[in-house]
Design a protein around this ligand. Structure first.
Ligand SMILES: C[S@@+](CC[C@H](N)C(=O)[O-])C[C@H]1O[C@@H](n2cnc3c(N)ncnc32)[C@H](O)[C@@H]1O
Length: 417
């Protein structure tokens, strides 16, 4: 069988991440304080994070969606402004997003290959991997996946097409991504009825008007059809309600199809390159448990902020020591009165949350407030669902700094608590 070789290719032992539990989010108080979190988010290099998860999760993950850097040799800034004119990119307020820069193809393959090996080990016997790339590296990845999963375990090469402006004038516009789908075993989850779509109106008309249409095969027109292996979904730049500002964010509809096809309610799914968090968000909406992570603090912050509004059960957040943005003490002007906590806005805030009984170690967030995607206004008051004893408020500013303010012991809990 043909295999891909490069001079530094190797399968050596994997270094484990030194992970610390930083916080637990109880979305809008749900499950506080006793529920055991079924979801986890990791800030760290996913090579080390995945290696450290092998102990607990080898052969346990039902579905992995992986959307790594594509080998484009570009940097991708994140947009943090609100209400800006989309036609004037020179005026957008930006900050660091992530880098996709490599010295040469070997360096990229040294990055991708061991991560694919670990994903294969984490997958359950009936599990599926969706690896999202484009023309830059899809051919290399196809050979790597044939080697790791076995050629016979190839399921699909999905073409995701979209449209939009392009600077290219010397070739056809490159307007599709490639999603390579491999299964770990011979039997695997594929929920065909969960992803059917309506037949094209022309097909329905043809069958209504001619008994000979379909050469003897009559499709079940009401049930709908299984989508082809090419999918059209608009890019997030065209979906104003979804845009977080995080670069290369994927549309929710695309990941919904992946999730519904290849997992069931209660399954454990994973995305270790989660970026803005589209996949864990989709998992939360459809009642799957997830492991998710990214090496960028902005990605983790964006993901947590999105999940606060979508999750219905708790999530743990772990970090690798060197990567966490330090939390600075700052007076947030906390006021507590009659079931409501309010703060002042010392710097433009993107997100804030409250631990009603801060133990000085693990932040247990029971109430969260976020700056909406399309407005600069963040609510500065939160209604608390639980008794307050030792309040700590944490906030993330628009530029990504973390600040924290405490009210040590609330002596006379306000009426009604
Ligand atoms: C293409 S983006 C993912 C976008 C995401 N699917 C979304 O919908 O927003 C790739 C992500 O991989 C992350 N990444 C790159 N190298 C990583 C590593 N070694 N460990 C974890 N994440 C990494 C980047 O920070 C970036 O957020």
């Amino acid at each position: 069988m043909p295999t891909l070789n490069w001079s530094s290719k190797s399968i050596t032992g994997f270094e484990h991440a030194d992970l610390t539990l930083e916080s637990v989010m109880y979305p809008q108080g749900s499950g506080y304080p006793d529920a055991v979190p079924g979801n986890s988010l990791f800030l760290g290099d996913n090579l080390r994070v995945m290696a450290s998860l092998l102990n607990e999760y080898e052969n346990q993950v039902d579905l992995i969606y992986a959307d790594p850097p594509f080998f484009t040799n570009k940097r991708y800034p994140a947009r943090i402004g609100r209400g800006e004119d989309s036609r004037r990119p020179q005026e957008w307020q930006k900050t660091e997003g992530y880098a996709d820069n490599w010295e040469n193809p070997d360096a990229y393959l040294d990055f991708l290959y061991p991560r694919l090996l670990l994903m294969h080990r984490l997958l359950a016997p009936r599990g599926t991997l969706y690896l999202h790339l484009d023309w830059h590296a899809d051919a290399y990845a196809r050979l790597l996946l044939d080697e790791i999963f076995g050629r016979d375990h190839f399921l699909n090469e999905i073409i995701w097409t979209y449209h939009g402006p392009s600077p290219i004038k010397t070739a056809f516009n490159r307007k599709h991504d490639v999603i390579l789908v491999y299964t770990k075993g011979v039997t695997y989850t594929f929920n065909v009825d969960a992803i059917r779509e309506p037949y094209h109106p022309n097909t329905i008309k043809t069958f209504a008007s001619s008994s000979k249409a379909g050469f003897g095969k009559v499709p079940n027109l009401e049930r709908g059809k299984v989508p082809e292996d090419w999918w059209y979904f608009p890019v997030v730049a065209r979906l104003h309600s979804e845009r977080t500002g995080y670069p290369t964010q994927k549309p929710e509809a695309l990941l919904e199809r992946v999730l519904l096809a290849s997992s069931n309610i209660g399954d454990l799914v994973a995305d270790f390159f989660c970026g803005s968090g589209t996949f864990p968000l989709t998992a939360a909406r459809y009642n799957r448990r997830f492991l998710s992570g990214d090496v960028s603090w902005r990605a983790i912050h964006t993901t947590r902020k999105r999940l606060a509004a979508a999750l219905s059960s708790p999530m743990s957040f772990f970090y690798e020591n060197a990567l966490l943005i330090p939390v600075c003490e700052k007076d947030l002007g906390i006021k507590i009165s009659n079931r409501v906590i309010s703060i002042k806005n010392p710097a433009p805030l993107d997100y804030w949350e409250v631990d009603p009984n801060w133990d000085g170690k693990i932040f247990r967030s029971v109430s969260q407030a976020s700056r909406p995607n399309r407005s600069a206004e963040i609510p500065l008051e939160i209604k608390m669902p639980v008794t307050l004893t030792n309040v700590c408020v944490r906030a993330v500013t628009v530029d990504g700094s973390q600040i924290q303010s405490n009210v040590k012991s609330v002596p006379n809990p306000p009426d009604g608590f």
